[in-house]
Design a protein around this ligand. Structure first.
Ligand SMILES: [Cu+2]
Length: 319
C-alpha cells in the first residue's frame, strides 16, 4: 500500500498498514529494566579518533536564495572532529553516504549488541582533552565519558595521544537514533567545533532502510548549519528513488530549538501526522517512509531566521 498524500485519515490508515513508520529516539518510557542482558551476544567494534581538520561552512561562498556572498575568512575554521578508522587505527575511513558533513561516523548497532568504541585523541591542533559520551545506551560509570572532578576516570578526560575504549550495550529501549559528543573538560568549545556524531540502533527485527540521512542541526561561525554546512548548494543533497525506504536521523546540539520540516512529505508521530517536528539540544528522532513523491524538495528548519541563515537543503527523489 502506498502512502497517499490525500489527507490525514488516509495517511493514518497507511501508517497502520505499515507504509509509514516513525520511531522517536526519545519515546516516553516509565522505566528501564535494570541490568537487562545482551541477548544477541554480538559485539560491534569501532575505532574513532578526534582529529584536526580545516572546515568550510559555506564552500561555495554563497547564500544562493538571497544572493548574499561570503569571503573565506568568514566561513573557514580549523577545528577537531571525530573520524572513523579501520581496526587498530590503521587507516582513516571516508564518510558514509548520507552522513557527509562535519559530524563523526554514523555508528550502527542492533538491540542486544555490545558496542566497543575505541577512542583516540589525536588533537594536535588545540592539544585539549576530549571524550565520547553516548546517549541512548547502557554502560557502566567508567564508560560515561563525562568529566566530574574527583569522580570520573580516564574515559572522561582522554589526553592528546591517549586511547580509551567505551563499552556500551544496546538495550530494548535503545532502538532509535542518539547523539554522541565530547563531554570532557573541553566540551563547550569542542562541541561548537564539531565534536559530535550519531548512533543508530535498529530494533531486533527491524530492517535497515535503503537510505539513512543524518541531519545534524547546530551552529558554527554564526551560521545555522546542517551537518556543519550552511545554505542550499553547501548542505547535503539527499537522494532517493520512488519505492526506497528512507530514514531521516534528525539530531540537534547547541543552544537552539528547531522545527525540522520536509516539503511534500508527512510522517506519523504519537500525536498524529506531521510535516514539521520540533527538536531541542541533544534530542533526536528518526523518521521513515517509503518514498512515492518524485521531485526536488527542500528540507529545512522552519524557524525562519535559522532557515535564512543557512539551515536549509535539498532532497531529490527520482522515479
Ligand atoms: Cu532551527
Amino acid at each position: 500500500m502506498k502512502l497517499r498524500r490525500s489527507g490525514p485519515r488516509a495517511l493514518a490508515l497507511a501508517a497502520l498498514a505499515g507504509a509509514a513508520l516513525v520511531v522517536a529516539g526519545t519515546g516516553a518510557l516509565t522505566s528501564i529494566a535494570a541490568g537487562e542482558p545482551a541477548p544477541s551476544g554480538h559485539v560491534r567494534e569501532y575505532w574513532v579518533a578526534a582529529v584536526p581538520v580545516t572546515w568550510n561552512v559555506v564552500p561555495n561562498g554563497r547564500n544562493a536564495i538571497e544572493g548574499e556572498t561570503f569571503t573565506r575568512d568568514k566561513t573557514v575554521f580549523k577545528t577537531v572532529v571525530y573520524r572513523q578508522y579501520t581496526k587498530d587505527f590503521a587507516k582513516q575511513v571516508g564518510k558514509q553516504p548520507g552522513n557527509e558533513g562535519i559530524q563523526g561516523p554514523l555508528l550502527h548497532a542492533r538491540v542486544g549488541d555490545t558496542i566497543l568504541v575505541h577512542f583516540r585523541n589525536l588533537d594536535t591542533l588545540n592539544n585539549l582533552p576530549h571524550s565520547m559520551h553516548f546517549h541512548g545506551v547502557r554502560y557502566q560509570f567508567g564508560s560515561d565519558g563525562s568529566y566530574i572532578p574527583g569522580f570520573s576516570g580516564p574515559g572522561a578526560n582522554v589526553k592528546p595521544g591517549e586511547t580509551f575504549t567505551y563499552k556500551l550495550v544496546a538495550e530494548r529501549e535503545s532502538a532509535g537514533v542518539w547523539p554522541y559528543h565530547d563531554h570532557s573538560p573541553s566540551m563547550m568549545p569542542s562541541i561548537e567545533g564539531g565534536l559530535y556524531g550519531a548512533l543508530s540502533i535498529l530494533a531486533p527485527n527491524e530492517p535497515a532502510p535503503d537510505h539513512e540521512f543524518v541531519v545534524y542541526l547546530e551552529s558554527h561561525l554564526g551560521f545555522m548549519t546542517i551537518d556543519g554546512r550552511a545554505f542550499v548548494g553547501n548542505t547535503p543533497v539527499f537522494r532517493a528513488k520512488v519505492g526506497d525506504v528512507v530514514q531521516w536521523d534528525v539530531l540537534a546540539l547547541g543552544d537552539d530549538f528547531h522545527t525540522f520540516h520536509v516539503h511534500a512529505h508527512r510522517w506519523m508521530t504519537a500525536d498524529g501526522p506531521r510535516d514539521t517536528q520540533v527538536i531541542g539540544p541533544a534530542e533526536s528522532y528518526k523518521i521513515r517512509w517509503t518514498e512515492d513523491t518524485p521531485g526536488t524538495w527542500l528540507y529545512h528548519c522552519h524557524v525562519e531566521s535559522h532557515m535564512m541563515n543557512g539551515m536549509i537543503g535539498i532532497y531529490r527523489v527520482t522515479r
